[in-house]
Design a protein around this ligand. Structure first.
Ligand SMILES: *[C@@H]1O[C@H](CO)[C@@H](O)[C@H](O)[C@H]1NC(C)=O
Ligand SMILES: *[C@@H]1O[C@H](CO)[C@@H](O)[C@H](O)[C@H]1NC(C)=O
Ligand SMILES: *[C@@H]1O[C@H](CO)[C@@H](O)[C@H](O)[C@H]1NC(C)=O
Ligand SMILES: *[C@@H]1O[C@H](CO)[C@@H](O)[C@H](O)[C@H]1NC(C)=O
Ligand SMILES: *[C@@H]1O[C@H](CO)[C@@H](O)[C@H](O)[C@H]1NC(C)=O
Ligand SMILES: *[C@@H]1O[C@H](CO)[C@@H](O)[C@H](O)[C@H]1NC(C)=O
Ligand SMILES: *[C@@H]1O[C@H](CO)[C@@H](O)[C@H](O)[C@H]1NC(C)=O
Ligand SMILES: *[C@@H]1O[C@H](CO)[C@@H](O)[C@H](O)[C@H]1NC(C)=O
Ligand SMILES: *[C@@H]1O[C@H](CO)[C@@H](O)[C@H](O)[C@H]1NC(C)=O
Ligand SMILES: [Cu+2]
Length: 526
């Protein structure tokens, strides 16, 4: 293992010194009619080619490359938010470029209609995604996959194909806008139940048209690396493929010791790479992406069993599988991923904590707000980073409602989640860094020797223990990735070294201009 780790590190260093390209993309953000499940609605979409697409185009690069992605905001449909800010989840920005991280009111102000902004991101590898992080805008459609390939992948010998055809996005979809959904959520305390679940942008709802399911084609005897990304705003997805096992080799950008399962519960925001070998009889098999979220009684048009895709062997007829539509293996047949058993390919011990925070998440009865230790996160008018660059260094420099915690550089912070009295799931996501999952909610085992490192925590949070180091100066958002919970208050900001931030972060004029421009916009364009 030690030797393997050194070889892998060597490979990483070699790849770094190899050619590094700048991957430039320019995307128009426009409102367009889309109908992924046969129901037509207006949605903010992204245009790379002449056609607006949902999900947005896949952005790809090789390890060592830098992304330079310009978004031209051409939104016009006032029934939804007109400003935007794009977050590249799981891309570990260099501290010096944290100013274009895309976290609204933490690292930047959003940008309004008729304006553009360019994001840049540094080198790493893995499966990721980008999405609007302004309010619930990504539930309306602004989301897509990002894949950074590793030409010297230490696990490359395990699979034959890894390209755009093997990216599988799973997500939830609503027919109404997130703006109306938020009004309804606030009035009823009930997150609007989605209308359909989408696999690669295709799905069905009850009594809706039989939209053809997305097909993933495989050839007998070939091993595929499927990159499965949960781009949900609410649902966790139980992912499985009839009659096929999956070997997990990556979680949120961290390569893992290969582990075979047949069911993975994927939280919103999480990503996995799995190897699937086409070793069954030539035919059609269901890809099950069963969304678990919400009380079905609140939306009779939603049937989670309709959320699926098709795995089709070359040589099989172009028809749907005849097998029943299930939610995947259950009972003794289920070999579900248990997060605490996942180990990283390159083991790293979790450092002992210098600071320990206990977090209690809760929702007061009768109100639609989420509290972190009694405080509802509310985005400030002046973004956290602007305050820090202007000299903010102490907790007192921030409003209590900013839930902002400040740490010196190069320390280890441990977050202990106390059981949530509502027993709701809260997959917490840390921007710009990966944390060590020292304890998963599902297990009592505490692992500080070789815990998995990722950026979105798994199911539940009662008893979850995470550790991260404050090596990278900057304000890093730490929030529930169920965006309905997040924008109802389940957010916080972890600031690593305000002094270090001021030394390293030197934003350009385009960034300086964002807040004055945003604050000058009429409210209905914000
Ligand atoms: C991915 O690779 C497979 C097998 O080589 C090929 O059939 C398919 O067309 C490729 N897809 C893309 C998008 O390049
Ligand atoms: C969409 O939301 C609006 C405003 O809240 C509401 O009047 C309308 O009934 C909703 N439509 C659907 C299809 O749910
Ligand atoms: C939520 O509802 C409360 C009353 O129940 C109201 O005071 C508040 O303004 C609403 N908030 C939003 C964002 O709609
Ligand atoms: C994606 O995450 C959402 C939110 O937690 C979850 O409800 C849904 O089941 C997940 N989907 C998959 C396929 O894991
Ligand atoms: C797939 O698995 C199911 C359940 O184990 C089994 O009944 C069925 O025969 C299998 N189908 C094929 C084509 O092997
Ligand atoms: C949060 O509340 C819990 C329980 O009241 C307490 O033990 C803990 O110290 C608090 N955490 C912080 C960071 O204040
Ligand atoms: C600060 O927090 C209070 C509530 O504690 C809120 O009323 C006020 O608007 C906040 N101010 C700013 C500038 O965010
Ligand atoms: C933090 O650690 C880095 C790398 O080990 C080192 O370069 C830096 O000087 C340290 N900074 C502080 C403030 O300790
Ligand atoms: C998380 O752990 C708590 C405490 O053990 C337990 O009550 C809860 O059911 C668990 N949640 C999940 C989703 O496993
Ligand atoms: Cu939550």
């Amino acid at each position: 293992m030690q030797l393997l780790a050194s070889l892998v590190l060597l490979a990483i260093l070699k790849a770094r010194s190899a050619s590094a390209a700048v991957r430039e993309y320019t995307l128009d953000v426009v409102n367009a009619p889309v109908a992924p499940d046969g129901f037509t609605r207006s949605a903010p979409t992204l245009v790379l080619t002449p056609m607006p697409s949902f999900p947005g185009p896949v952005l790809t690069a090789n390890k060592g490359d830098t992304f330079k992605v310009t978004f031209n905001n051409k939104l016009t449909d006032g029934s939804m938010r007109l400003s935007t800010a794009i977050d590249f989840d799981g891309l570990l920005s260099e501290t010096s470029s944290i100013y274009d991280e895309g976290s609204p009111f933490v690292t930047q102000c959003p940008f309004g209609p008729g304006t553009s902004y360019t994001y840049g991101h540094g080198d790493q590898t893995g499966t990721s995604w980008y999405h609007s992080s302004l309010s619930l805008q990504y539930a309306d459609g602004l989301r897509g996959a990002v894949v950074i390939y590793d030409p010297e992948d230490p696990l490359a010998h395990l699979y034959d194909v890894d390209n755009e055809s093997t990216i599988i996005t799973v997500g939830d979809w609503w027919h109404n806008t997130s703006v109306s959904g938020l009004i309804s959520y606030n009035a009823t305390q009930i997150i609007p139940v989605q209308d359909s679940g989408l696999v690669n942008g295709k799905g069905r709802f009850v009594n809706g048209p039989e939209v053809p399911y997305a097909v993933t084609t495989v050839k007998t005897g070939t091993r595929y690396r499927f990159r499965v990304i949960n781009i949900s705003a609410r649902s966790d997805i139980a992912f499985s493929i009839d009659n096929h096992t999956m070997t997990i080799i990556e979680a949120d950008g961290t390569e893992t010791v290969p582990m075979e399962v047949n069911l993975i519960d994927i939280m919103p925001g999480q990503r996995y790479s799995v190897i699937v070998t086409a070793n069954q009889a030539v035919g059609n098999y269901w890809i099950n992406a069963f969304p678990d979220g919400g009380n079905l009684a609140f939306n009779l048009g939603f049937n989670p069993l309709l959320s699926r895709g098709i795995l089709r062997y070359v040589g099989a007829p172009a028809v749907e599988p005849t097998a029943p539509m299930t939610g995947g293996p259950t009972g003794a047949a289920a070999n579900e991923l248990q997060e605490h058993l996942l180990t990283p390919l390159i083991a790293m011990a979790a450092p002992e904590p210098d600071f320990i925070l206990s977090f209690q998440t809760s929702m007061p009865v009768g109100e639609t707000i989420w509290l972190l230790n009694g405080t509802q996160y509310q985005p400030p008018v002046v973004p956290t980073l602007v305050k820090i660059l202007d000299g903010a260094s102490q907790p007192i420099d921030f409003n209590k409602t900013e839930n902002t915690f400040i740490f010196p550089q190069n320390k280890t912070v441990e977050i202990n989640f106390l059981p949530d009295p509502t027993n709701e799931l809260h997959p917490f996501h840390l921007h710009g860094n990966r944390f060590f999952v020292v304890k998963s909610n599902e297990s009592d085992i505490i692992n500080t020797v070789n815990p998995i490192r990722r950026d979105v925590s798994a199911k539940g949070n009662g008893g979850t223990i995470l550790r991260f180091t404050t090596e990278k100066p900057g304000p890093w958002f730490f929030h529930c990735h169920i965006f309905w919970h997040f924008w109802a208050g389940l957010g916080s900001v972890m600031v690593a070294s305000p002094e270090g931030t001021r030394q390293q972060v030197h934003p350009d004029k385009a960034w300086d201009d964002l807040c004055p421009a945003y604050n000058a916009l009429p409210v209905d364009q914000q």
